[in-house]
Unconditional design. Structure first.
Length: 212
């Protein structure tokens, strides 16, 4: 199965990608992981990407797309793949089409903005051991203190409400139009994200059954 995962930041794509990967035996790959692998392997495109990153610049679409094309052609993706975080825009989707990559299904996980802000702004991270808590869904035994190492829990900048709202605005303007793009191709599947991870997973597997 060749699958694209869509959804706003904080919608739970990464978690569901793990579940799908486990069930179907296909790799879940994010753009970041693919870029890091290309840089580590010192491929020509990886070195090109590194030169931009070292300068603090965004890696151009053409370079990212080239690296993704190489990765999807590798033995790792012989049985299929899950793309998490790519494409992010209509031009990237068109470039993916131009590569000749056939996509079986595009799974969109829908969660209301207010719920995403609540989910993400409620996260608390321990800078000492990396453990993650949530003030509603996974509260620490002692407020502000990590259960694992007693470190002081902090709010990451990415999880601050104003940052989350900014990321959501970017998603709605640039990435969300992909729903219409893939809907016209007949392979878009929408799943409503649930409170419990396992309930969302159940709906995801039901939605993907027709593409098996």
């Amino acid at each position: 199965m060749k699958l694209i995962l869509l959804g706003a930041p904080g919608a739970g794509k990464g978690t569901q990608a793990e579940k799908i990967s486990e069930k179907y035996g296909i790799p879940s790959v994010s753009t970041g992981e693919i870029l890091r692998a290309a840089i580590k392997d010192n491929t020509a495109l990886g070195l090109e990407a590194k030169s931009y990153m070292d300068r603090g610049d965004l890696v151009p679409d053409a370079t990212v797309i080239g690296i993704i094309k190489e990765y999807l052609s590798s033995d790792k993706c012989k049985k299929g793949f899950i793309l998490d975080g790519f494409p992010r825009s209509i031009p990237q989707a068109e470039a993916l089409d131009a590569m000749g990559v056939a996509i079986d299904a595009v799974l969109d996980i829908e969660v209301e903005d207010a719920k995403i802000v609540e989910r993400m702004s409620g996260r608390r991270v321990c800078p000492v051991c990396g453990a993650t808590h949530h003030i509603v869904y996974n509260p620490p035994k002692t407020e502000g203190v990590c259960d694992k190492c007693n470190g002081e829990l902090v709010i990451r900048k990415d999880d601050a409400p104003e940052t989350v709202l900014s990321r959501l605005e970017t998603y709605h303007n640039i990435t969300e139009p992909l729903k219409d793009y893939y809907s016209k191709r007949g392979n878009l599947v929408i799943v409503e994200g649930q409170e419990k991870v396992e309930d969302t997973t159940k709906l995801v597997f039901e939605a993907l059954r027709r593409f098996e």
